[in-house]
Design a protein around this ligand. Structure first.
Ligand SMILES: Nc1ncnc2c1ncn2[C@@H]1O[C@H](COP(=O)(O)OP(=O)(O)OP(=O)(O)O)[C@@H](O)[C@H]1O
Ligand SMILES: [Mg+2]
Length: 255
């Protein structure tokens, strides 16, 4: 469903992604892990059209995304939860969600996968705070609005950039319910997540990025047992042979 082939992208003259290739099949959950500065967020920005792609191929359901402006990628079933969240701060929780739902239904041909009531049920705190302006919410609560909004765009592929960042372990459990819901509806997930324990619980395989490239791919048992493994630690440490192999991929453990 999503095919990324030899993708190059960056900022102005600075090329960050140096030929990234990966794919996500329909309804599949895939993780992208890697150290700070690996290019994970840059990849997300390129996928959703916030920065231009300077080389390679980017396709969704066989259609070239290259020429699809950022605003129209949601109509192709792609929704994103970005690191900075990008909400309408002056609008209330409910207004943010209603706008997303309307937009989602209009652009996705009224194929409803998620309803406002369901999103409120996923995150009960949002129901409680529905009349509050989003800018007055805590970071974690804003994150929930951002996820709710992405679901109401009625995607068939959700891309999430570090959803666990800044969330209390208890709140993060709510997001794991979202992962379960996505799986049960056959909505694909591309999860950018530095916490390997969380990522492995939510996905079936992973790409490891470093220095703007995919340097490894982990499947099955290798991925499920990746926490603390030498193979992953080497990627995080740039292959430095004398580095300690433990602790690194376990950082930011929230569970
Ligand atoms: N707006 C920008 N302008 C120029 N360079 C940038 C910009 N944003 C990121 N970079 C550079 O691109 C590289 C990759 O950054 P990116 O944010 O994609 O990494 P990341 O893998 O998401 O890291 P993290 O785990 O810290 O979120 C870094 O070297 C960074 O300095
Ligand atoms: Mg990032």
């Amino acid at each position: 469903m999503l095919t990324v082939d030899s993708l190059a992208a960056g900022y102005g003259a600075l090329t960050i992604l140096q030929g990234v290739s990966m794919h996500v099949d329909a309804g599949e959950a895939v993780a992208v892990v890697g150290p700070n500065g690996a290019g994970k967020t840059t990849l997300v920005r390129a996928l959703c059209g916030l920065i231009p792609v300077t080389g390679g191929r980017l396709e969704k359901d066989g259609a070239d995304l290259h020429a699809t402006p950022a605003k129209e990628r949601a109509a192709r079933g792609l929704a994103v939860v970005l690191e900075g969240r990008h909400l309408f701060g002056e609008l209330t929780v409910r207004e943010n969600l209603v706008l997303a739902e309307r937009h989602g239904l209009r652009t996705r041909g009224h194929r409803r996968r998620f309803s406002l009531d369901e999103v409120m049920a996923l995150f009960p705190i949002l129901e409680e705070k529905r009349r509050q302006r989003v800018q007055l919410l805590s970071g974690g609560q804003q994150q929930m609005v951002a996820i709710g909004r992405a679901l109401l765009l009625q995607p068939d592929l959700l891309i999430m950039d570090e959803p666990s960042t800044g969330l209390a372990p208890k709140v993060f459990k709510d997001i794991q319910v979202v992962f379960d819901t996505l799986r049960s509806r056959r909505v694909g997930l591309l999860l950018i997540e530095q916490n390997v324990r969380i990522a492995a619980a939510a996905t079936g395989r992973a790409y490891v990025m470093a220095m703007g490239r995919v340097i490894d791919e982990l499947n099955g048992i290798d991925w499920q047992q990746a926490v603390g493994s030498d193979r992953l630690a080497r990627a995080y440490l740039g292959g430095h042979p004398g580095s300690r192999a433990t602790s690194i991929p376990e950082m930011k453990v929230a569970a």
